[in-house]
Write a protein that binds this ligand. Structure first.
Ligand code: FAD
Ligand code: NAD
Length: 423
């Protein structure tokens, strides 16, 4: 099998790969220098909209429908399922996440027909086909996270009779995998659950799906469904790159992290350029565990804003180092958002400490403009806003970045958005 050689190789063809390609083009990559190898059959696209937005400049080799199954980081080689060998000088790992499947939990019948997951465009196409075929049918949505909330709304809009099932006491968007607390407080969730109930969505909380075809729900509840959509979380695709270089067991964190973590005692060891512990290997997007300067901690973020920015940062760092220059450190302000029905929320910062709710958070509120602040050590560290205008969203982002002091939580709740607009 022929061997191909590129100066730069990106493994993965998702959001981070697309934005890395754009930054490579801006930095003046030469024709033939860069290859993107993706197991998907289409060029990188914006996953949130699951709509194609091709970002591709000329001269980049787009090697599609090609899954990398082996990586030998010592000889700077990656090998595809079909046995093709690709050599690189610099590798960017952008393999993203894959869905957690119900079969991973041993749920019976979890591979039955009409059970859908949503990660890649083919899966979205299949789901759309099923929605059209089962018009006005019944849908069960398993999971109370992003996919759960966004897909329940999408199916309801398509006139499905929708039930959501999830194990937690309330629905919640996820911020960091396996780190609690999740983003929604009980007050925030009460709005969305009430709003969804008013739209006719049944919400079944505190239970998990145990089987398909026979029964559903640990409590014995059986739900009929024409379509089941499962959104029970994602996991990063990093196994390919573990243990490859040294034969020693290399932990995920060590492998993907960018050098030793930032600590207040050793700020100079902070590396924020998405270099892994392996020379000439970078990791960006969902797979990258990186030092978050604002909080002095290392974190991993499964969201699109970071996928775009980390990819751009890594490519800038690669070009800067080739030219003997330096660039500023990655200083990420966490940003999450979601949209469903006529709702749209944004969150910036950290959801730690105490929280206060402000605005009109009644599900039947005509404006549904409400929000929440998180306060730690007397400072506002996080802000959430539903139905904000672009200016208001900018104001809450600024609050999360500046972390202004606050003396009275009651006063903060009463001031609401006015507090943010003064910062
Ligand atoms: P991905 O975009 O997942 O790309 C990874 C790529 O690598 C894929 O093309 C995959 O096929 C390829 N790949 C993996 N392994 C291999 C291999 N061995 N060989 C070759 N190719 C490989 N985030 C938000 O902030 N807001 C949103 O509204 C939002 N909506 C979303 C909606 C959906 C339906 C989904 C699934 C995610 C959404 N996200 C959202 C999350 C966001 O899309 C991800 O955080 C982002 O895509 C991560 O980018 P990435 O490039 O790291 O990974
Ligand atoms: P998530 O982590 O947001 O939610 C997972 C949910 O699964 C949990 O809230 C929980 O309710 C539920 N759950 C866990 N085990 C369960 C079980 N056994 N039975 C029933 N429910 C169970 O993950 P997701 O919604 O699946 O999203 C997948 C990925 O896509 C994540 O990385 C997410 O960040 C990303 N995504 C993000 C957005 C956005 O940012 N707007 C939108 C869609 C997807």
């Amino acid at each position: 099998m022929a061997e191909k050689s590129f100066k730069y190789v990106i493994v993965g063809g998702g959001v981070a790969a697309g934005y890395a390609a754009r930054e490579f083009a801006k930095q003046g990559v030469k024709p033939g220098e860069l290859a993107i190898i993706s197991k998907e059959a289409v060029a990188p696209y914006e996953r949130p909209a699951l709509s194609k937005a091709y970002l591709f400049p000329e001269g980049i080799s787009l090697i599609l429908s090609t899954e990398i199954v082996k990586a030998d980081l010592a000889s700077k080689t990656v090998i595809s399922a079909a046995g093709e060998t690709f050599k690189y000088q610099i590798l960017i790992i952008a393999t993203g996440s894959t869905v957690i499947r119900l079969s991973d939990f041993g749920v019976q019948g979890a591979d039955a027909k009409n059970i859908f997951y949503l990660r890649e465009i083919d899966e979205a196409d299949e789901l759309v086909k099923a929605i059209k075929a089962k018009k006005n049918g019944k849908a069960v949505i398993v999971g109370g996270g992003y996919i759960g909330l966004e897909l329940s709304a999408a199916l309801r809009i398509n006139n499905f009779d929708v039930s959501m099932v999830f194990p937690e006491p309330w629905c919640t968007a996820n911020m960091y995998v396996f780190i609690v607390p999740r983003l929604f407080t009980a007050g925030i969730a009460a709005f969305y659950e009430g709003y969804y109930a008013n739209k006719g969505i049944k919400i079944i909380k505190g239970t998990v799906a145990v089987g398909f075809g026979t029964e559903m729900g640990k409590d014995g509840t059986v739900l009929e469904a024409d379509i089941v959509v499962v959104g029970v979380g994602g996991k990063p695709l990093t196994t390919l790159f573990k243990d490859r270089l040294t034969r020693k067991r290399v932990g995920l964190r060590q492998m993907v992290i960018t050098k030793p973590a930032y600590t207040k005692k050793s700020p100079n060891r902070f590396d924020a350029f998405f270099k892994t512990s392996v020379p000439d290997v970078y990791a960006v997007g969902d797979v990258a565990t990186f030092p978050m300067k604002l909080y002095g901690e290392t974190r991993r973020v499964e969201h699109v804003d970071h996928a775009r920015k980390s990819a751009e940062q890594a490519v800038k760092a690669i070009f800067a180092s080739e030219q003997g220059k330096s660039i500023s450190e990655y200083d990420y302000l966490p940003y999450f958002y979601s949209r469903s029905f006529d709702l749209s929320w944004q969150f910036y910062g950290d959801n730690v400490g105490e929280s206060v709710l402000f605005g009109d958070s009644r599900p039947e509120s005509p404006t549904h403009k409400f929000g929440s602040y998180w306060i730690k050590d007397g400072k506002v560290v996080g802000a959430f806003l539903e139905s904000g205008t672009p200016e208001e969203n900018k104001a809450i982002a600024k609050v999360a970045r500046v972390q202004p002091p606050v003396s009275s939580l009651d006063q903060l709740a009463a001031e609401g958005l006015t507090f943010a607009s003064k910062i």
